[in-house]
Design a protein around this ligand. Structure first.
Ligand code: MF3
Ligand code: CO
Length: 265
């Protein structure tokens, strides 16, 4: 049974606005990333930006299975953290860190979900390379998410790009369908086989999340019940776009040239 909820043209039009809002929020937070700022302050910036756009945070109070309600509007993941780090007053960014920031906005009945990993000042060459590879892997997946192709085509494009650079893809977390709910079918893994998985029919909208580790793909969850870290404590990067599959091709609903540059189509 195919439970993917296909969106109409007018629903996609509404989702463009949710996606745009999420991308503006993410850009606004990114502009504040610098040594000395706390992740709590970044969450405050996110709250204000979401409010200013007339939206609601998709994350605040969200209940994932087997987790307590999420207490903030952003998920942060610093260095060895993979996803779902909770903002804290005593968590201060320092030069050389990388910080993944994930934020999502609910607006006009639809969600837009978007994440980017920012360098904090000067970072190590390995970190620089991980960010580049992870971001490009997301675009490889998007390029392969053509109408009529299958989910595995996009997932395997992501995986192949990452592994060809000697990094690993996260297996314990997935991207997802998105629309009136933050998480819809299908799950979007960071690995897959060409020709396998659901067919990407026009009107499918996916939150594709490229989650890339420098070392092992294995993860652990910290005692706070949320923060996922790499088992070997090597660094991890996250890039996410909300993407609509249209008859004319994939369209990035969270596109924002000021943040993503000319990489975005
Ligand atoms: N962007 C992540 C996801 O879509 C974060 C969700 S966890 C939440 O899975 F609880 F904060 F919503
Ligand atoms: Co998501």
């Amino acid at each position: 049974m195919n439970k993917v909820r296909i969106k109409s043209r007018s629903e996609i039009e509404t989702m463009r606005r949710s996606g745009k809002a999420a991308s503006i929020v993410l850009q606004t937070i990114g502009e504040a990333v610098s040594p000395g700022i706390s992740t709590y302050e970044l969450d405050q910036i996110s709250r204000e930006a979401i409010k200013k756009l007339g939206g609601i945070s998709s994350f605040l109070g969200y209940q994932l299975p087997h987790h307590p309600p999420y207490p903030a509007t952003i998920c942060v993941s610093i260095n060895e953290e993979i996803v779902h780090g909770i903002p804290r007053k005593d968590c201060i960014l320092k030069e050389g860190d990388i910080i993944g920031i994930d934020t999502a906005v609910y607006l006009n009945g639809f969600h837009g979900d978007n994440a980017y990993t920012f360098p904090v000042g000067d970072i190590e060459p390995e970190a620089q390379s991980l960010l580049e590879v992870s971001k490009n892997a997301l675009y490889k997946a998007i390029d392969a998410a053509k109408p009529g192709s299958r989910l595995g085509d996009a997932c395997s494009a992501l995986q192949t790009h990452v592994e060809s650079h000697g990094f690993s893809v996260v297996r314990d977390f997935v991207g997802h369908g998105i629309g009136r709910n933050l998480h819809e079918e299908p799950q979007v893994p960071n690995y897959g086989e060409p020709g396998r998985g659901v067919r990407l029919r026009p009107g499918t909208v996916l939150a594709i999340e490229a989650m890339t580790n420098a070392g092992t793909h294995e993860s652990e969850t910290l005692e706070d019940g949320w923060t996922a870290v790499t088992a070997d404590r090597r660094i991890s990067a996250l890039f996410e776009h909300t993407v609509a599959i249209l008859p004319e091709g994939p369209e990035i609903l969270t596109d924002n040239h000021d943040l993503w540059g000319s990489n975005s189509h």
